[in-house]
Design a protein around this ligand. Structure first.
Ligand SMILES: Nc1ncnc2c1ncn2[C@@H]1O[C@H](COP(=O)(O)OP(=O)(O)OP(=O)(O)O)[C@@H](O)[C@H]1O
Ligand SMILES: [Mg+2]
Length: 234
């Protein structure tokens, strides 16, 4: 793990307005995540965990505050720039995998590469095969999601998240729908991606055992972060 932060949040605030109702799940949040760090994020339902992942991954934008990933200020980027940035710099892993049901595992993993211009079919093939090998599913490349177990579906989703070789992976309860054995495989894989491949990972989880596999655990409570274990943050 490098000492240099990949993610820097300063006074990050998100306010949602719906009619007369106002919800502010994140208030002046400050956070650094180091390059190669595996960070677990816990907290009660509604505490803003998904909101924070959506900001870090550029799916949503903060109402106030600064958010940097590497040398890019995500909080200042326009929607089109964010979409491009995300395609190469950030992979998202969801609780329920979100694979396209009519596509094979291979085709699902290939999807993010189709957004990148100038990649030959051969270059795509080598990246997709590499990603499937990393999640140990080379022998299931032709299977559709319905022909895979939940744990295998999540491994395909991880291959899709990392196929473009982003520095950052965010995962929203990636083991929330899995049995213990499949969950452990996913956690081992995430640990390997951070430890061996130097990916920075921010994982939301409700499972204290899953959080234990990370380098550091933070709790989100009433819009603020509280450290529970691991090294000192900011
Ligand atoms: N698009 C939106 N519009 C309005 N309010 C929203 C929106 N997204 C989230 N919220 C509100 O923001 C708060 C935080 O939601 P968020 O989804 O981040 O919680 P969470 O910590 O991920 O919860 P869970 O553990 O249940 O997934 C909630 O009160 C929610 O209702
Ligand atoms: Mg959530």
């Amino acid at each position: 793990m490098s000492e240099e932060p990949l993610i820097r949040c300063r006074d990050l605030t998100k306010v949602y307005r719906k009619g007369r109702m106002e919800v502010a799940p994140l208030e002046k949040l400050t956070l650094d995540v180091k390059r190669g760090e595996f960070l677990a994020l816990m907290g009660p339902s509604g505490s803003g965990k998904t909101t924070l992942l959506n900001l870090i991954s550029g799916i949503d934008q903060p109402t106030y505050g600064e958010l940097w990933v590497g040398d890019r200020e995500i909080s200042k980027m326009r929607r089109g720039q964010l979409t491009k940035w995300r395609a190469s710099e950030c992979g998202y892993i969801f609780q329920l995998y979100h694979l396209v049901p009519i596509l094979s595992a291979y085709e699902n993993v290939e999807l993010p590469l189709l957004l990148q211009k100038g990649l030959s079919r051969k270059a795509r093939r080598s990246k997709v095969e590499g990603a499937l090998e990393l999640v140990r599913l080379s022998d299931r490349a032709d299977h559709r999601p319905s022909e895979l177990s939940g744990g295998q579906e999540q491994r395909v989703a991880i291959a899709r998240a990392l196929v473009a070789d982003p520095a950052l992976l965010v995962a929203d309860e990636p083991t929330g729908d899995l049995d213990r054995e499949s969950a452990d495989q996913i956690l081992d894989l995430l640990g390997e991606l951070s430890g061996v491949h130097q990916k920075t990972i921010v994982m939301v989880t409700h499972d204290a055992r899953a959080a234990e596999t990370a380098d550091r655990t933070l709790h989100l409570e009433k819009g603020k972060l509280v450290e529970s274990r691991g090294g000192v943050g900011v």
